[in-house]
Structure formats: C-alpha cells, structure tokens
Design a protein around this ligand. Structure first.
Ligand code: PRX
Length: 648
C-alpha cells in the first residue's frame, strides 16, 4: 500500500529534524546530564539537586533525589509570582454548556484553601487520598491540593464500580476520599456519593476516616455523621494561603491503578520531580504549548492522560486549558466541534475511539459533521490511547484539522508518565498510523525475546533501554511484581512496555502492533482479561468457568468476548440472551461498565490441552469468527470448537 507522508508544522518549539537529532545526540552522549539540564530549565526547585540519576538499586531508579520541590508550586505559585495571576488557567464547561473561567490566582487560592482543609483533618505528607470526582475545577484542585501538602493522590475514574473503588482504597491504605454528590454526564445525574457509600458499607475500609463531598448537583445523598463532610463547609474560613510542603524529588506524587495481565489492578507509583519534568517537557515539545494557545485534552482526570495533560503539564507551563465535564455525544455528536469553535481551541488532544465514533455519527447524520463549525482556530491535533487506523487519521486530519494541522500520535502508558514515541510538530514528517520516532532522550527499541535488537522491518517487543525521569517507580506495596512485570531477567535490564512494535525499513518509524500480554485495549481503556474472568467466576451461583479474549472492533479498537461454562446446562435462544445480559450487568457491577463483555458465548466446556490449560489462541480465532487453522493435536476436546463457534 502506498503511504502518504505529511509534512511537519512550519513552526514549533523544536525546530527541524536537525534540532531533534542534536537533542538525541546530547542525551546519547550523557543521559544523566541531559535530563538534569532539562529538570533545571523546566522546574523550579526549592532545594536544587546535585545528583541526576541514581541507578545503584536498578530497576528501582532514582532521579534528582537530593532536590526538593512542590508540584503545586510549579503549577500555580510561580506563575502568579511572575505576574500571570490574572491569566486564565482553566476554562470549565459543564455538561449542560455553561462555561466559566478560573484565573491562576483564583485556582491557587482554591488549592490553598483545600490544602488547608485537608490539613485541618490531620492529613499530612505521605498519606494517601483517593479522589473519586467528576471532571471539574474542584477535581483538578483536589489533586493539586494533595500535591501541595505532600499527600499522595490516587484518582479513581468515576465510571468504576463500588467494588473497584473499595479495592483501590484498601490497596492504597487511603485515609481520606474526596468525591461529589453526583456527576452530570449526557444530561443525566449519576450518583458518585451513593457508590462511595456502597463501597464503604460495613466498615470494609478500615484506614479511611474522612469522606469529603463536593456539592455539584445538590441531589439527595446519604450521610454518615462523623465520616462525611461537605467540601464547602471545610473551605469556609480556610485560609487561601498555604505554604507548600517541599518534598524530595522521589516523593510519590500519585498512585494510579491500571490493569496488568495477572491479578488485581496494580498501583503505579509516580515520583514528583521526574514525573513533573516529563509532563511539562512533553507539553512544551510535543504540543508546542504557547501563552496564546487554548489547549484541550478531552481525557478524564481518572486516567493518566488527564493527570499529565490536564492537571500537571499545561499548568506547569502556565497555559490556558479547557476542562470539560460532559461527553462528546451530548447534546449531539457535534459537541466537540461546537466547543472548539466557541472557545477558539488551538490544540486538541483526543482518543481514536472518540474520533471513530464521531466519524460514524457524521456519516449517519450530516448535521453533526465538523464542516458546519468554524474550526479555523486549531493548529495542532493529538491522538492517544490506542493505535489510530490510517482512515481515522486521514479523516481527523482533513475534516477537523482542515488539512493544515499536524497530528501527534502519542504512544505512552500509565507507567511511562508522559509521551514516549511521538511526532514533534516542527520536526517529524507524519505517516498515518505510525507514532514515528522516540521523544528525545527516550531510548525506545525493538528486540527479540532475549533482548537482542531486531532489524527495521522486523516486528518484536517494544522496550526502553535506559531509565527516564518520569518512569514508574514501583507498584505500590508490591516491588516484586514491579520487577517481574517490567524488568524480566531475559531482557537485559530493559523496560518492557508490554506492546509489540515494528520499525519501518525506510524511516525507522515505530508502529505499535498491540499488546503482547493478556491486556485488552477497549475504547482506549486498559482491561486485563484475568480481571474480567475473575469478575465472571465471582458469580458463583451461575458460572463454573470463564475465559476472556479480545477481538478487533471497528469502533472500540478491541471488543471483549467471554466464553462461559455455566453450572447448569448450556442455555440457548432466549434463555442464553437473558443469562448473557445478567452476566454483563454483573461485570459492570463488579468492575465498571467499561468492562462489560460485548459478547458472551456459552459452552459445555472450554477448549483445553490434555494438561488442562485453556487454549486462548483458539478462542481468539473463534471470537473473530475465523476458521481455526491452528494445530489442535494437543486439544483434549475438539468437538467443543464447533459449539463455541456459534454466537448465541
Ligand atoms: O497498548 C498501548 C496503548 O495503550 C497502552 C497504555 O494504556 P494506558 O496505560 O491506559 O495509557 C493510555 C494513555 C497513555 C499501551 O501499552 N497505546 C497508548 N497510546 C498508543 C497506544 N497504542 C498505539 N498508539 C498509541 N498512540
């Protein structure tokens, strides 16, 4: 297939391929000094560091360890002190379409009040605070307030169930939880506090003392005296001045739970100094954020994208950004285009799933096509979370970007803290579907199972050879799992991303070919197949056994397909439909609606080897409705394939 190559932007922070190569060469020559230079340039340090990288306890790397700083100071105070207090930090738009502006001075005052409120409850440096909030100024401020006092935040996406919330509170040993009465999404009020109450019911979270509730809608909520308190009451009389707690660079800024291939979600632990450096640096170099820009990242603060490119990166640079409460399809599927026109957004960062669903909407209803809106303010587009297929890339480029805005297809992960492989706007000619070249200083490479480099044009395992400042520090409470998951012995001390990739023979551009473990990517959300299987078998009344695989899906990238053996006879027809619905709802309750299987098939058994191992590769073929071409000589029960090949 002939590949189109699109030129980079004429102007941007890093200007031209030579400048890019010079940065790569600087990093190559002296990795530690390169990152130290940037950490001094991009961050304000209360105590300057003298050491850059400490690799004496690899893979538990430390960066800038004798330096002290505060993330909230870097995101707020320093801009106010530089006379930028009146600048708009956040343009907040509600689900219903009202908007308001919050200046840096106002945001700083709110964050300080919240920080003082938290302190008045005895919350201090090193404590963990769970944040279960809607997209809001208060949500961002809650994260910043934790950072200000040195408390480690752990944001849980508002779509996760009571069970998932409870597990995360307990794993982190959180002392407080910040939530809202309800969240507004697509014109509907959804309970948050109600889910919190369910999660905490029966005293199952012994470390948790306080539940602080932001009044968003005024809807009715249950109340537990002595545990629950209103945010506005906590803020009443709280001073809007709060001296930041200066923390060591390695101090954990946050935990963020994400799915792995085995077991429960893992608490990815990030540092303060290294993480903040990369959030700021990538916002500058990849997004070219300038004072004149209106930046909009559509992610939720419950995901890492919202951490790095809403709460930390743009604010660290003193930028102006949109925070959006609602969904892309309400009141209709033109919401993004209408908002870009209304706020004169210049840089727009979203996920391929959103683009694909908006393409579909525009194809079925011309009224929601972006062409009806003035999108001329845009100058740069971004994509994140999953591979963007070339057709969606082209549509995004032509119909949203008007054929003039580069697209930065940013590959990264919860664990990496910020962009790892991405085009840079003034530098990289773009090939749709490829995330192109590593960010300067990121030693991404493709290797075989023994850690040996493979030639361009040959697929392999994506690794990062040298540590980088924003990398995951450990899995909270489980350093062994950290080592095993990311630094397997056979890979020569390289970081294992968990993705397959290939570099093009001509340009050496990277294309991500998908996960190499049992992790699915559904609408840009990471889901472990084992987690969904555990949720299914937790329905002990109905389910005897379950196996979950992914299959390609035009809209969501991958779709979840579950094969289930019931404790009763295999159902068919209407009964099968009813049980499938019950199980889908069950998974939504156990994990959250994003984990609902798209399809459930019932069998008398699952395809197993004679030693009893489920043959998942066969299930993947069945899920795709493909004929099974694999070797099935080790299969114990070949007859089962025919049964499982049929949808209910
Ligand atoms: O498989 C890759 C995919 O998303 C995974 C990381 O998911 P998560 O930790 O939830 O973070 C998502 C937001 C950074 C990766 O292992 N992924 C992410 N970005 C891309 C991608 N796959 C292809 N292209 C991308 N640009």
């Amino acid at each position: 297939m002939e590949q189109h190559v699109y030129p980079p932007a004429a102007q941007a922070r890093i200007q031209g391929m030579e400048a890019y190569q010079a940065l790569c060469a600087e990093a190559e020559a002296d990795h530690a000094s390169y990152w130290a230079r940037l950490a001094r340039e991009f961050l304000s340090w209360q105590t300057p560091f003298t050491k850059s990288l400490n690799d004496s306890e690899a893979p538990f790397f430390k960066w800038f360890e004798d330096g002290k700083l505060n993330a909230s100071y870097n995101c707020l105070d320093r801009h106010v002190q530089a006379g930028k207090g009146e600048r708009t930090a956040i343009i907040f738009e509600t689900d219903g379409g009202e908007s308001r502006k919050v200046s840096y001075a106002e945001l700083l005052a709110l964050v300080c009040q919240m920080a003082n409120g938290l302190k008045s409850r005895g919350i201090k440096k090193g404590d963990r605070v769970v944040i279960y909030m809607p997209m809001s100024v208060e949500g961002v401020a809650a994260m910043q307030a934790c950072a200000r006092i040195g408390a480690t935040h752990s944001v849980v996406f508002g779509g996760f169930s009571a069970q998932s919330l409870r597990d995360r509170i307990n794993d982190a040993g959180a002392v407080a939880l910040i939530t809202a009465d309800e969240q507004m999404r697509g014109g509907k009020a959804l309970a948050l506090k109600g889910i919190v109450d369910e999660a905490l019911d029966g005293g199952v979270c012994p470390t948790l003392k306080d539940v602080i509730v932001y009044r968003r809608t005024g809807g009715a909520v249950g109340w537990v005296e002595g545990r629950d308190l209103w945010l506005h009451e906590l803020l009443q009389g709280a001073s809007s001045i709060c001296e930041p707690e200066w923390v060591e660079a390695e101090h954990p800024l946050f935990l963020l739970y994400t799915s792995g291939s085995t077991g429960k979600p893992k608490g990815v632990q990030h540092s303060t100094g290294g993480y903040l450096l990369h959030a700021a640096l990538t916002t500058s170099w990849t997004f070219d954020l300038q004072d004149s820009d209106i930046f909009w990242c559509t992610a939720d603060i419950g995901w890492v994208t919202g951490h790095s490119y809403i709460t930390y990166g743009p604010l660290a640079l003193g930028g102006t950004e949109i925070v959006f409460e609602g969904v892309p399809t309400y009141p209709d599927a033109a919401r993004f285009w209408q908002m870009i026109a209304k706020h004169k957004v210049t840089i727009f960062y979203t996920a391929p799933t959103a683009i694909r669903s908006l393409i579909k909407a525009a194809e079925t209803n011309d009224a929601v096509h972006p062409k009806h809106h003035d999108l001329s303010s845009l100058r740069l587009l971004g994509s994140v979370g999953e591979p963007i297929n070339p057709a969606a890339w082209e549509w995004y480029f032509q119909n949203v970007g008007g054929g003039r805005c580069p697209i930065v297809d940013t590959f990264w992960q919860t664990e990496t803290g910020g962009h790892m492989i991405t085009p840079l706007p003034g530098v990289t000619p773009m090939v749709p579907g490829s995330c192109t070249l590593p960010f300067p200083g990121i030693t991404a490479a493709i290797v075989d199972e023994m850690g040996n480099d493979v030639p361009n044009g040959t697929g392999g395992i994506l690794v990062v050879k040298k540590p980088w400042p924003a990398m995951i520090r450990t899995i909270w409470g489980d350093p062994e799992r950290f080592k095993k998951s990311y630094y397997p012995e056979e890979l020569k001390g390289y970081y294992l991303a968990g993705d397959g990739a290939i570099r093009s023979a001509d340009r050496g551009y990277f294309t991500i070919t998908g996960r190499i473990d049992d992790v699915l990517n559904v609408s840009g959300h990471r889901m472990g197949t084992m987690e969904i299987e555990s949720a299914l078998v937790a329905h002990t009344e109905l389910v005897a056994e379950a196996a979950v695989v992914g299959r390609p899906d035009d809209l969501t990238g991958e779709a979840i397909c579950a094969f289930v053996v019931l404790k009763r006879a295999r159902p068919t027809g209407e009964e099968a439909k009813a049980i499938a619905k019950e199980l889908r709802d069950w998974v939504a309750k156990e994990i959250g609606p994003i984990a609902k299987p798209k399809e459930i098939r019932f069998g008398d058994n699952l395809p197993k080897t004679r030693s009893g191992k489920i043959m998942r590769r066969l299930l993947r073929s069945l899920a795709k409705n493909e004929p099974v071409t694999q070797d099935i000589s080790t299969l114990e029960n070949p007859a089962i394939l025919e049964q499982l090949a049929q949808a209910n």
